[in-house]
Design a protein around this ligand. Structure first.
Ligand SMILES: [Zn+2]
Length: 499
């Protein structure tokens, strides 16, 4: 079977209906590991955060991390799941060099959270993604393949293993099959991953950094002929580590599987790898069935039975969730769904909200963050949050404009100064001498000079051609380095010459 042949996307969608399924692994941000007291700092030197338990040494016994269980219950509740009254951990048996016990402690037929949903929106349409289960497990270590050009095991001279990640609490969130998304399938997959990331971030239980691997998606795609009631065979693209890649991997699988089906061949049930550089997927290993793992209840851990009081306590502690928050700020700021989406996409939601809470008008906060500062962040190729300007600075700039101390044009120069490290907005105004010339006497003197220097233009205005005043206003602005109130200058010029 060739993996190179692709059917153009629109053509594939004209004949086939995609069905999605997404399994997401999220590393919890607990201070210690799932079943031992080892620290969990990202980027620590290899094998410095290990102990007999997470190295799987004989006789070492695991103990469940309460903070991790709190974290997963919060995720389950935020996803509208039921929290079961009783469940167990299970051993998932398989051999991987980066998994020292040769089994992973996970949950099998008794997950902690079941039957939830998460609503996502794409192009103004809402899609309900049903959640089958949310279960608790531990992460594996990491293999590093050395000597090859690709960093993959093929062509490597030797491999190294780092067990720092082994035993970090990992929550797996499994959707039910997501049908009927049609040509929006890649966008629905991306919207789901985005919404889930925002949700977990709001809960504060993980930093959900896809580029660091603390959130990773396995994306299942299958195709069935349009009108068919039987789902096709799915492929599973593993460890997709950016939102954009989630979208691209679905798109590619639709184009690839359509070609396989068009050729009268069978889609192979397998895991695949997403290739960032080409936007394609390549074949991995053939997918194991659950029975291949020889699951059995973990004998070293007692069952979990979270009390109803505890669950309700955790439910009451949930913060405002992203969807509710978006609904609230839309009303408070008077923005459209599209405008809000732009704000979210620009990473400006928190910044604008903090700016509003610190006393700025919503419209002003939006204007400065979305127009001026977003443009500068894009030009510098950095995130908006990485700019050296705070919500408090933006509040101050918008106040200075509202008070008439500076105008919008000068405010841009003030922001330039703040970004250049010249100090607070007030310090920049002072140092750069950016105050609007509001002293009428001073402005009148400048206007007299400008009129005297442009007698022919002044004559035109005297004879009724007030449109010519623009040239004199320009001269006033030039003489004051943009610090005059242009509207007021125009009034004074016309009064002087025609009044
Ligand atoms: Zn340990």
């Amino acid at each position: 079977m060739s993996t190179e042949t692709l059917v153009p996307y629109d053509e594939a969608l004209a004949r086939y209906e995609p069905v999605l399924g997404i399994e997401t692994h999220i590393e919890l941000g607990t201070n210690s590991k799932m079943f031992c007291g080892c620290p969990t700092v990202f980027g620590a030197p290899p094998n410095t955060q290990v102990c007999p338990v997470c190295l799987g040494l004989p006789g070492a016994l695991p103990v469940t991390n309460r903070a991790a269980i709190e974290g997963i219950i919060k995720i389950g509740l935020a996803l509208n799941c039921s929290i079961v009254e009783w469940c167990r951990f299970a051993r998932k048996n398989y051999f991987y060099p980066d998994m020292p016990k040769n089994f992973q402690i996970s949950q099998y037929d008794e997950p902690l959270c079941v039957e939830g949903h998460l609503d996502v929106e794409v192009d103004g349409q809402s899609y309900r993604v049903e959640i089958e289960r949310v279960h608790m497990e531990e992460d594996t270590g990491k293999s590093l393949h050395v000597g090859g050009t690709t960093g993959r095991i093929h062509g490597a001279d030797h491999s190294l293993v780092d067990y720092n990640r082994a035993g970090i609490p990992l929550v797996e969130i499994v959707t039910k099959p997501i049908p009927a998304t049609g040509d929006k399938a890649p966008l629905v997959a991306r919207a789901y991953a985005t919404e889930l990331r925002e949700l977990v971030r709001a809960l504060g239980v993980s930093d959900v950094r896809m580029e660091e691997g603390s959130m990773r998606c396995d994306v299942n795609v299958s195709l069935m002929p349009i009108g068919s009631a039987t789902w096709g065979t799915r492929s599973e693209t593993k460890n997709v580590n950016s939102l954009r890649s989630v979208e691209r991997s679905v798109r590619h699988e639709i184009e690839r599987q359509a070609a396989v089906l068009d050729a009268g061949e069978r889609v192979v049930q397998e895991t695949r790898h997403f290739q960032e550089d080409t936007g394609t997927t390549t074949s991995g290993r053939s997918k194991e069935e659950a029975q291949d793992y020889r699951y059995f209840p973990e004998p070293d851990l007692v069952p979990m039975s979270p009390s109803r009081d505890w669950v309700e306590e955790l439910r009451a502690s949930l913060p405002e969730l992203p969807a509710a928050r978006r609904g609230r700020v839309r009303g408070e700021w008077g923005v459209t769904e599209k405008e809000l989406q732009d704000i979210v996409n620009a990473g400006a939601l928190d910044l604008i909200e903090e700016t509003v809470q610190a006393g700025a008008e919503a419209a002003a906060a939006r204007k400065w963050w979305m127009n001026e500062l977003s443009r500068r962040a894009t030009a510098q190729g950095v995130e908006l949050t990485a700019l050296p300007v705070t919500p408090a600075d933006v509040v101050r700039v918008s106040r200075l404009v509202a008070e008439g101390t500076i105008n919008d044009k000068l405010a841009r120069q003030v922001l330039d100064g703040v970004l250049a490290g010249e100090g607070t907005p007030d310090e920049v105004v002072e140092r750069r001498g950016l105050k609007v010339v509001s002293d009428e006497g001073e402005l009148a003197t400048i206007i007299d000079e400008v009129i005297a220097g442009n007698p022919d233009v002044a004559e035109k205005i005297r004879s009724g051609k007030v449109a010519a005043a623009g040239a004199l206003v320009g001269a006033v602005m030039k003489a004051t380095r943009g610090q005059a109130d242009a509207g007021r200058a125009r009034e004074l010029i016309i009064n002087k010459l025609t009044g």
